[in-house]
Design a protein around this ligand. Structure first.
Ligand code: MRU
Length: 348
């Protein structure tokens, strides 16, 4: 991804070879602030408080967080303690557990200095894998956009939340085909859901603007009307966990977009890497849904600060479940599938 024309990843190891950097996404799109993470507690806070976010990226933050923990204390007890601490930061995205399990398996055969080395090596590999996977998702999803592309007319794609490069190490999942289409000269326009209460739509809009992709931010309830008016050709969303039957946990509000898409015959695609597939669960109803701080609903926050909008009781579920029957297809690194068992039979 490019910021002001300069290539970046969303997470990277410092020149000192042990701490790592992320963007403080709470400050975007108003301020591009890079944070150095120097210990596991800070990594856990960065995930929990959403300085960094998005299923694949929070998993990579945990992987490097575990490296930092082992650097301070490489014992088995430290490994277990910090694995647990990082895992407990956020409950819904399965990528977090996946990355921590991969890290644990990679370091367990070693002790001391060798264990620390193995940890950093594995974390770097996981980041590189994420980039390759998202690039492949872009390649496969591009075909869906190409099929709808007509001369002198944009393909209008609606997206919810941020499943872009700020949610991954690079490219994003749902946005990866969009960037690729734009780079190939296909006219695309993106309807960007605002995504209350954390306004991840502002992050998507920031990314699209940096890449020069035409887009329009809409309120979370506008998508249905736009679909009725024939102004949406495709819906592309990301996922935090997809179960064996194809149910999808993603940012709260995704389900309502899927219902509206179904009612209006608009194809609804979920982009996901295999790291988001949870073969241990049959149905989406078994996925734990994160309930976040009520102040996220009570207050709205913007460029000029924070203001309270209600003092009534509130509820703040951060994700919902879109049943498989509403999903037209899954865009994966292996291709586009209407049924996930073909894509991930090896993971089951
Ligand atoms: O709460 P967030 O911002 O971490 O939620 C992010 C999403 O729901 C994304 O759509 C999902 O993680 C896919 S990111 C490639």
């Amino acid at each position: 991804m490019k910021i002001d024309g300069v290539a970046h990843r969303s997470i990277w190891l410092s020149e000192n070879g042990w701490s790592f950097h992320i963007f403080d996404q709470r400050k975007l799109p108003w301020k591009l602030e890079i944070v150095e993470i120097t210990n596991a507690d800070q990594a856990a806070a960065a995930i929990k408080d959403m300085w960094t976010r998005g299923a694949p990226l929070l998993a990579m933050t945990a992987a490097y967080g575990l490296c930092l923990a082992l650097r301070e204390d490489a014992s088995d007890a430290s490994l277990e303690k910090n694995y647990k601490k990082l895992l407990e930061t956020r409950p819904t995205a399965i990528n977090l557990r996946w990355a921590l399990d991969k890290m644990k398996a990679a370091v367990q055969p070693f002790q001391g200095k060798d264990r620390i080395e193995a940890a950093y090596k594995r974390a770097a590999e996981l980041c590189d894998e994420d980039v390759a996977i998202n690039s492949a998702i872009g390649e496969h999803g591009l075909l869906l956009i190409k099929a709808l592309a007509k001369k002198n007319k944009s393909v209008n794609i609606l997206t919810h939340c941020n499943a872009g490069w700020l949610a991954t190490v690079d490219y994003g999942t749902a946005t990866s085909p969009i960037y690729r289409a734009h780079d190939e000269g296909i006219a695309v326009h993106v309807w960007v859901d605002e995504t209350r209460p954390r306004n991840q739509g502002a992050l998507t809009a920031y990314e699209l603007a940096q890449h020069g992709v035409p887009h329009t931010v809409i309120t979370d309830n506008a998508g249905g009307l736009l679909m009725q008016q024939g102004k949406v050709e495709l819906v592309f969303v990301g996922a935090d966990r997809v179960t064996r039957n194809g149910d999808v946990a993603n940012k709260i509000g995704t389900y309502l977009k899927a219902l509206a898409a179904h009612d209006n015959n608009v194809p609804f695609y979920v982009a996901l890497p295999y790291t988001t597939f949870d073969a241990s669960l049959e149905s989406g109803m078994d996925i734990p849904i994160e309930e976040r701080n009520y102040d996220e609903v009570r207050f709205i926050e913007g460029k000029d600060g924070k203001t309270q909008i209600t003092d009534s009781p509130v509820s703040n579920p951060a994700f919902d479940i879109t049943p498989a029957r509403l999903v037209t297809g899954y865009i994966t690194e292996k291709g586009v599938f209407s049924n996930l068992s073909a894509a991930y039979s090896d993971a089951a």
